[in-house]
Design a protein around this ligand. Structure first.
Ligand code: PMP
Length: 304
């Protein structure tokens, strides 16, 4: 079991993580009626009494949006304040991952979103590399990403992660590291918890937001950085065969950061990855405070 941070946020209170438990009859456990966020917080290398978060406002806003899908009025400002208090109470001394989580928290049956209590919870744990930095082997999943007409895919809704779980296990059990899911139209969508980018003829290509992808915050940041670096960015539908015809492919997300793909099915990709390497370095420099070109993306939390 990971070493969870000692303090949790549990229904409007900060309590020891070991006491932050719910009943087996909790509604949200049964029906997937929850949503979550995920963000990294790292001690400032220049000042260990300060913890740096990346795009805290965007993460708070996305969770607030997810809450709306669950009929839970949870302002982004409230989420942000809880996360700041959470970090101050835990005072992490190493890089951690924060997991704010909401669900229908009452005990009982009947799938619904009305007339039922919802709550916000937060816990955290240390997190290093989520996927190998040297590049991962991906398979094309036999499972396809849900459609927006069945799931509000712009939220990180817990129930939707059954598909990610099926795809990840299928990939691992068949000798790969990660899965690339196509959408219901058969177009390239994303991985189990990461968005995807291709490089073809020097252009950066990623499935558009109408392709059933999660609107990833890392994805958005990469698009901004690439444009600033003079790399043309195209957001459009992506055919499966393009994965085998391009020069570089990488996955991105809060946990995965930028992770190159070295093999897709039985196709090996080139080991030279100039665009991926450049973007990976730039993103790491910004998140780790060596590059101050996006001060609005870094929210520093002073420890008491
Ligand atoms: N897609 C899915 C399905 C995810 O779970 C995640 C992780 N949050 C992402 C993409 C990447 O999003 P972000 O960059 O905001 O972490």
């Amino acid at each position: 079991m990971p070493d969870f941070l000692p303090i949790a946020y549990f229904k409007d209170r900060f309590i020891p993580f070991s006491e932050a438990n719910v009943s087996i009859a909790t509604h949200g456990l049964h029906y997937g009626t929850g949503a979550f966020g995920g963000l990294r917080a790292i001690p400032n290398p220049q000042n260990p009494r300060q913890i740096l978060t990346f795009r805290l406002d965007r993460h708070s806003k996305r969770l607030s949006q997810s809450a709306r899908f669950l009929h839970f009025d949870l302002p982004a400002a409230k989420i942000q304040q809880v996360l700041v208090d959470f970090v101050q109470k835990n005072a992490p001394t190493e890089p951690v991952y924060l997991r704010p989580f909401i669900c229908t928290s009452e005990m009982g049956l009947v799938p619904r979103l009305h007339n039922i209590e919802k709550s916000l919870f937060v816990f955290g744990l240390p997190m290093g590399d989520y996927l190998s930095n040297d590049g991962v082997k991906c398979r094309i999943s036999s499972w396809c990403r849900q459609e927006d007409r069945s799931f509000p895919l712009r939220g990180k809704i817990t129930g939707a992660y059954i598909t990610s779980s099926l795809a990840k296990t299928e990939a691992i059990e068949s000798g790969f590291d990660e899965a690339i899911l196509l959408n219901a139209q058969g177009k390239v969508c994303e991985a189990t918890g990461m968005n995807i980018f291709l490089v073809r003829d020097g252009k950066l290509i990623t499935p558009d937001v109408d392709q059933d992808v999660l609107e990833g915050i890392t994805r958005d940041s990469i698009i901004v950085l690439a444009q600033e670096m003079g790399i043309p960015v195209v957001q459009r539908t992506v055919d499966k065969s393009e994965l085998y015809a391009c020069e570089e492919v990488f996955l991105c997300g809060t946990a995965a950061k930028i992770t190159p793909i070295r093999q897709i099915e039985n196709y090996t990709l080139p080991t030279e990855r100039p665009v991926t390497t450049q973007l990976k370095q730039k993103l790491a420099d910004i998140t780790e405070n060596r590059d101050q070109s996006h001060p609005d993306w870094i929210f520093a939390i002073d420890l008491p």
